[in-house]
Write a protein that binds this ligand. Structure first.
Ligand SMILES: [Zn+2]
Length: 344
């Protein structure tokens, strides 16, 4: 390390894993991860979560101090966490790690570590990472989407996250699925509304998450005439065992030509296109970046590009829809960028 190296520290607090990285920023060099550690997230105890983050932080300081032969003390920390930190109170809400709800995570960590700490929603961290040095680097207005176990979104403008008056900017996953997006290619709307954990029905998340996609496929299987199922013997089997299906299983079925899996993926692409079109018509971003497990499905990109044209209020739509550059690491990198931004 030399005197011009700046360090920023990020923690991604996930439902099952907690990861810390240290990013080194040096003039004329790409920013690089110089330390990374991942541990299990403690189950159900807020105090244990604070202990875990503090231990990762101290261990990183000790490790780098030993490696470089000098005392390293970090001066910033960014944390990506589920849910939203309410601007007025500093308390967490809407978190699926429920022991965080109502807790002042940012203030408690700042007090323990005696440094400024910034906590942001994990989808916001993802978007900041991809807008800073990821797939949408140098784009002014970036909408980032996570299509994973859940669906989240974030908005980054000129390198800064738009947090919003209530801290919910970009929470696109709990908008209703757009009108008409439940229709099959035959124009039928045959499926009952889907309940969402947030208390509403037919949220975008209930269709565009990985489990939502599996549900669409199993709906197709269950609704298909027996004659069609006979043509695809694997479907009969799936009808018995679909509770164990993953999104990857359905994608693999579509790649082997299973007609129902192909149809489910096609509908998913149209649903994603219509849901993104609603964003485009409001903020008209310079780039859209997709992350989460469903973003790894390469077949999705041309399908969405074709489908979205019908739904946006322009006839020459050419906004790049990009796969995340840093994949699963984007969340923790974005958390580190929160820390880096704090110093300036
Ligand atoms: Zn919802």
């Amino acid at each position: 390390m030399n005197t011009t190296t700046r360090l920023s520290v990020g923690v991604d607090l996930g439902g099952t894993k907690t990861e810390l990285v240290v990013l080194a920023h040096q003039p004329d060099l790409d920013d690089s991860v110089i330390h990374r550690e991942r541990v299990a997230t403690p189950n159900g105890s807020y105090t244990a979560i604070l202990d875990t983050i503090e231990a990762l932080f101290r261990h990183a300081e000790t490790t780098l101090s030993l490696a470089w032969g000098q005392t390293i003390r970090f001066t910033n920390l960014g944390v990506g966490a589920p849910g939203t930190t309410v601007p007025n109170t500093g308390l967490i809400k809407n978190a699926n790690t429920v022991c965080l709800i109502g807790q002042p995570l940012q203030a408690d960590l700042s007090q323990r570590l005696n440094i400024p700490v910034r906590v942001e929603n994990d989808a916001n961290c993802f978007t900041l990472s991809e807008a800073t040095d990821g797939a949408a680097k140098a784009k002014k207005v970036v909408f980032g989407v996570i299509l994973g176990t859940g669906v989240g979104g974030g908005l980054c403008i000129n390198g800064q996250l738009l947090k919003g008056y209530h801290g919910i900017a970009g929470e696109w996953g709990h908008n209703p699925l757009p009108r008409g997006a439940k229709e099959t290619s035959e124009g039928l709307t045959t499926y009952p509304p889907r309940a969402c954990y947030c208390g509403l029905h037919d949220c975008i998340e209930t269709y565009l998450s990985g489990p939502g996609f599996v549900k669409t496929f199993t709906d197709y299987v269950n609704a298909s005439p027996l004659s069609l199922q006979k043509q695809h013997p694997s479907n009969l089997l799936l009808r018995q065992s679909h509770a164990k299906l993953s999104a990857i299983d359905v994608i693999e079925l579509s790649q082997t030509g299973n007609a129902l899996a192909v149809e489910a993926l096609s509908l998913y692409a149209r649903q994603l296109a219509q849901s993104l079109a609603a964003i485009v018509n409001i903020i008209d971003p310079d780039a859209i970046v997709l992350g989460g497990g469903m973003s790894n499905v390469q077949a999705l990109y041309p399908l969405v590009k074709q489908a979205i044209q019908r739904d946006v209020f322009t006839d020459d739509f050419d906004t790049p829809i990009l796969q995340a550059k840093f994949g699963d690491s984007s969340g923790v990198r974005g958390a580190a960028w929160l820390g880096a931004n704090q110093k300036r």
